[in-house]
Design a protein around this ligand. Structure first.
Ligand code: LLP
Length: 419
């Protein structure tokens, strides 16, 4: 459920009419709803009521906006970060270091050092090599890094190939069969306290079965590691729960996920970490755009909007579906190709889509753009970065300024020797 509804014929974000935002801030613009973020944060937490000891760490990559992180910090959430940039954002939003988990397959020495200095709660190391490097850096500082070893469970998550992470040939984690040896090799290092295991098999999961298989494998591994004398106190179950992008699409609910997690992990006797991203932020944001022009096509007309693949990359990258709707629908519909202005055919949001009837100048939204939207933007075609607005009831604020192409150009220079 979200808070983007039609009231008096016009789509609102909570109590604010979207045309008001378009007028004030211009388009395209991302609009987030605080009430929706908080609702999703609560629903996810409540679904895990039966799990006594846990940390829910929002996957910052899904939406790193500071105001969004602040809302989630207010809900008691921690942060799953994958770069020093994300770590700094989490800290700036007031998330305490003990609630920060650092994931990622390619953490640099500088990043490991910065995270050690910040005394974050846990490093999810993705290889023995990383563990040894972290041990060396921590020992040089005379500190101990709390770590979990990310396992690649070799489970097919059944999601898009580009966001699948738990198959044996994916770059993430280590094979279960090597975990015992890696624990053994790191056990004596004073710089690391390898206290658990972690898993994340993919994103936008529409079926709980692969997750359950992965968790069961992890449970067996925890038993085996304990049998070999290792102390296991923490297990990180990652993120991945999908959200409905299409009307009427049915996906496993947080409650069903919570029930499965509680059942599978009930005898583990560990503190569990969760890293949800999309399920918290996805439906809490829309991309508000204006129709530039409607152009005749061979079959269907092209509705050319002012948002493009650089603002919302998911359709171009993954062929992802985002619901597209008029802000002030007139009741009629049309079949159209929804495209952006960028000079490649990949800049297509939808082909042959039945949508609300639109003419030049109309406002429309791409829904479910709160996760992996603004965060994946680029400045391709020198289009700059668009603004982000957070709505809270009848209040709204620009929470990220538009960065126009000119400011980006200001960071560039022509060397003397080219003059
Ligand atoms: N934890 C780890 C280690 C991850 O790699 C991810 C996402 C998450 C948690 C959060 O997953 P979520 O709950 O959001 O599914 N750009 C793609 C999604 C990439 C996801 C990458 N990892 C998209 O737009 O669909």
């Amino acid at each position: 459920m979200d808070h983007f509804d039609i009231k008096d014929g016009v789509m609102h974000a909570e109590d604010i009419a979207l045309p008001q935002i378009a007028e004030a801030v211009g388009t395209p613009v991302y609009v987030y709803s605080r009430a929706t973020l908080e609702r999703h944060a609560r629903v996810f937490r409540d679904a895990l009521d039966a799990v006594p000891d846990k940390l829910i760490a929002f996957a910052v990559k899904a939406n790193p906006n500071l105001a969004v992180l602040k809302v989630l910090q207010g809900q008691g959430y921690g942060a799953d970060v994958v770069s020093v940039g994300e770590m700094r954002r989490a800290l700036a939003a007031g998330i305490t270091p003990d609630k920060i988990v650092f994931s990622g397959v390619g953490k640099t020495r500088d990043e490991l050092n910065a995270a050690l200095d910040a005394q974050i709660g846990q490093f999810n190391i993705e290889s023995e090599e990383e563990g040894l490097e972290l041990a060396e850096l921590a020992e040089a500082k005379g500190v101990e890094a709390r770590c979990a070893l990310r396992i690649n469970p070799d489970v097919d998550a059944g999601t898009h190939d580009k966001i699948s992470t738990g198959k044996a040939d994916n770059k993430f984690g280590v094979p279960i069969s090597e975990a015992g040896q890696i624990f053994g090799n790191l056990a004596d290092r004073p710089g690391v306290q390898l206290r658990g295991v972690a898993v994340h098999i993919g994103s936008q999961l529409g079926d709980l079965a692969p997750l359950e298989r992965a968790f069961e494998k992890l449970g067996e591994l925890v038993r085996a590691l304990r049998g070999a004398g290792h102390t296991i106190t923490h297990v990180d179950l990652g993120g991945g729960l999908g959200v409905p992008y299409r009307k009427g699409e049915s996906l496993p609910s947080p409650a069903q996920y919570g029930e499965m997690v509680a059942r599978v992990t009930k005898d583990w006797g560990v503190s569990l970490i969760f890293e949800p991203g999309r399920v918290i932020a996805g439906n809490a944001g829309v991309l508000l755009t204006r129709v530039v022009r409607v152009k005749r096509g061979i079959n269907d007309p092209f509705v050319i909007v002012d948002a493009a693949m650089n603002d919302l990359a998911r359709p171009a990258l993954y062929g992802a579906y985002h619901d597209f709707a008029a802000v002030a629908p007139n009741g009629a519909d049309m079949t159209a190709n929804i495209v952006g202005p960028i000079c490649e055919t990949g800049d297509t949001f939808a082909m042959g889509r039945v949508c609300d009837q639109l003419v030049a100048g109309d406002l429309a939204v791409f829904r479910t753009a709160g996760a992996y939207g603004a965060t994946m933007a680029s400045s391709y075609n020198s289009r700059g970065f668009i603004a982000e607005v957070l709505v809270d009831g009848d209040k709204s604020a620009v929470v990220a300024d538009r960065i126009d192409a000119g400011s980006i150009m200001d960071a560039e220079r022509v060397p003397d020797w080219l003059e």
